[in-house]
Ligand binder design. Structure first.
Ligand code: DQA
Length: 144
C-alpha cells in the first residue's frame, strides 16, 4: 500500500501560525509521526507540500496511472474555492481523503464552502494533527 500525504498553502507554517487554532506541532514533526505509523503498518509514503495551486494540481496529476492507493490531502484555504484542485482530484482514479486540522464548520462562513470536498472521498475536520492519521485509517479501512 502506498499513500501520498499532501499539504497546501501555509501548512508549512504549522507550529508558528495561529497556534491557538493549529497547535504548536510543525508539519515536519507531523510527517515524521505519520512516517513512523506507516512504517509500523507497512505502508509506503510520500510527503509533499506547496503554497502554489498549479504545483498542487501537477502533483495530483502525477499520481495518475501509478500504484498510489490514496492521497491524504489538506488543501488549506484552497479547499474553499479552488475549482482547479477540485477538477484535478476528478482527473485521477485514486481516492482522496480531505483533512483539516480545525473544524472549518465552526469557523467563519467563508470556510464552510468546501469546493475540493465535492470530489473527495470524504472529509475529516477538527481533530488537529490527528486528522491526518484519521485520513490514513480511512484509506486503510477502505482497502481492508
Ligand atoms: C485548514 C483550514 C483552512 O480553512 C485554512 O485556510 C488552512 C488550514 C485546516 O487544516 O484546518 O490553511 O485547512
Amino acid at each position: 500500500m502506498k499513500i501520498l500525504f499532501m499539504n497546501g498553502p501555509n501548512l508549512n507554517m504549522l507550529g508558528i501560525r495561529e497556534k491557538q487554532i493549529y497547535g504548536d506541532m510543525s508539519l515536519d514533526t507531523i510527517n515524521q509521526r505519520l512516517q513512523a505509523e506507516c512504517d509500523k503498518l507497512g505502508v509506503e509514503t510520500e510527503f509533499y507540500q506547496s503554497n502554489i495551486e498549479g504545483e498542487l494540481v501537477d502533483k495530483i496529476h502525477s499520481t495518475y496511472g501509478t500504484n498510489y492507493d490514496g492521497i491524504v490531502f489538506n488543501p488549506g484555504a484552497y479547499s474553499h474555492y479552488s475549482l482547479a484542485l477540485s477538477d484535478a482530484i476528478k482527473c485521477i482514479n485514486i481516492p482522496v481523503v480531505e483533512v483539516h486540522m480545525s473544524n472549518v464548520f465552526a469557523r467563519e462562513d467563508s470556510r464552510h464552502q468546501m469546493t475540493t470536498a465535492k470530489n473527495s472521498l470524504g472529509v475529516i475536520s477538527g481533530f488537529g494533527e490527528q486528522s491526518y492519521f484519521l485520513g490514513l485509517y480511512a484509506l486503510l479501512g477502505r482497502k481492508a
